[in-house]
Design a protein around this ligand. Structure first.
Ligand code: DGP
Length: 115
């Protein structure tokens, strides 16, 4: 049994969040604690807790996360200046919410990859 997180409530719009894109398979919304001028989370609507839980059936939705990320980067005006996509996995990776998500960060010169 896969455990729901706060992100399931965001997908179902049961709690307020700044959703900027949603379709049948993914949802994107602004991070509650932005680390850069643009900080968007792009998540599969299906619960996949961590990168370790990705199966072959998920390859299509994961590819879709990237195309949505590129579209949103353009929409936010950071496609040319640049941005970073991050997926944290488990404790050492700094994962806090166990519903797979891609961070889209940009709008400033980002620091070193590993802090
Ligand atoms: P990670 O550390 O990779 O698991 O990132 C989780 C991110 O989720 C973190 O940057 C903060 C964000 N976050 C947590 N709870 C909420 C929420 O309720 N709403 C929004 N918009 N973002 C959230």
């Amino acid at each position: 049994m896969v455990k729901e997180t706060i992100f399931s409530k965001i997908i179902r719009r049961e709690i307020p969040s700044d959703i900027i894109y949603q379709d049948d398979s993914v949802t994107a919304f602004r991070d509650i604690s932005p680390q850069a001028p643009v900080h968007i989370l792009i998540i599969p609507n299906k619960i996949i807790p961590t990168v370790n839980d990705i199966g072959e059936d998920d390859e299509k939705v994961l590819g879709h996360l990237f195309t949505v990320a590129a579209k949103l980067a353009k929409q936010e005006g950071i496609d040319e200046s640049g941005y970073r996509l991050i997926m944290n996995c488990n404790k050492d990776g700094g994962q806090e919410v166990y519903h797979l998500h891609m961070h889209l960060l940009g709008g400033k010169q980002l620091g070193k990859l590993i802090g």
